[in-house]
Design a protein around this ligand. Structure first.
Ligand code: CP
Length: 309
């Protein structure tokens, strides 16, 4: 039995197989409509979510399975002081697989250690968000046709943005990927990503503050929201929140086939006038999140030994 805590839990070969399966699910949904009949997914969300929780639930329902769970810590026995470890041990008795989101880094790992069923990290604090990364990789591979030979700009809150940390970890395994890290000084990518991930692996990267300077060289622009919930004071958040706003004028500086991605939710960082640009792929990306989560549920249940899935 295996869990998913980080995109690095999957080898490049396993990742390719998972993305192939997600593409097959997209093209032949009927083939999979009963693949998880009788199986249950628990969604244990201690932090707010729209896409991750609902796309996990849609994924299991599309596979013929059922879902149960809670959408906030307050509506679970966490409010009475129960540990995530005990909660997951108990949920193992009720479900076949679980997805957990928690504000604390490492909480999903703790939950997985006593679990009798596969546990998926659906976001742990500012640390990792591996299923968003699977979504991002599927979107890039499907719409660009490759995961190698790309220059990707990551823009916004690179300090607290867990989707950025997971995506960098995953993309460095592909050849000729160049990163342009676009952020204000206070929201630069953490030292461990720069030193232990990028520099240690000789991955080319540059850091810029001005989005306009980066635009012409990018194959993909990955915008992110300033993570209000991780700031220690409101004043700093207000100062930072509108630092970057991608609009029609800035899009004119980009290549004609540059993709704009965003894990969503967006606040102000992408103007709605960009939504109709054919290069805006963030709503398609949300749709790919369902296919890749369907593929992940099937794969983890198969590895658990559930031969009917
Ligand atoms: N992308 C993402 O994680 O969105 P939610 O917070 O709505 O799940």
């Amino acid at each position: 039995m295996r869990h998913l805590m980080s995109p690095l839990d999957l080898s490049v070969g396993e990742l390719d197989n998972l993305l192939d399966l997600a593409n097959d699910i997209e093209n032949h949904p009927q083939k999979y409509a009963h693949a998880c009949d009788g199986r249950k997914l628990a969604t244990c969300f201690y932090e707010p979510s729209t896409r991750t929780r609902l796309s996990f639930e849609a994924a299991m329902l599309n596979l013929g399975g059922s879902v149960l769970g809670f959408s906030s810590a307050d509506s679970s026995s966490a409010a009475k002081g129960e540990s995530v470890s005990d909660t997951m041990r108990v949920i193992s008795c009720y479900a076949d697989i679980a997805a957990i989101r928690h504000p604390k880094e490492g909480a999903a790992l703790v939950a997985s250690q006593k679990s009798l069923i596969p546990v998926i990290n659906a976001g742990d604090g500012g640390h990792q968000h591996p299923t968003q990364t699977l979504t991002d990789l599927l979107t890039i591979r499907t719409l660009k046709g490759r995961l190698d030979n790309i220059t990707i700009g990551l823009c916004g809150d690179l300090k607290f943005g867990r989707t950025v940390h997971s995506l960098i970890n995953a993309l460095i395994r592909y050849s000729n990927v160049t990163f342009v890290l676009i952020s204000p000084d206070e929201l630069r990518v953490p030292d461990y990503i720069r030193e232990d991930v990028l520099e240690k692996n000789d991955v080319p990267y540059e850091e810029l503050e001005r989005l306009e300077l980066a635009m012409p060289k990018l194959d993909i622009l990955y915008m992110t929201r300033v993570q209000k919930e991780r700031f220690f004071n409101e004043e700093d958040y207000i100062r930072m929140k509108d630092f970057y706003i991608l609009n029609k004028e800035k899009m004119e500086l980009a290549k004609p086939d540059m993709l704009v991605l965003h894990p969503l939710p967006r606040v102000n960082e992408i103007s709605v006038d960009v939504d109709d640009d054919p290069r805006a792929a963030y709503f398609k990306q949300a749709q790919y999140g369902v296919y890749v989560r369907m593929a992940l549920i099937l794969t983890l249940l198969k590895w658990k030994g559930d031969t009917t899935c």
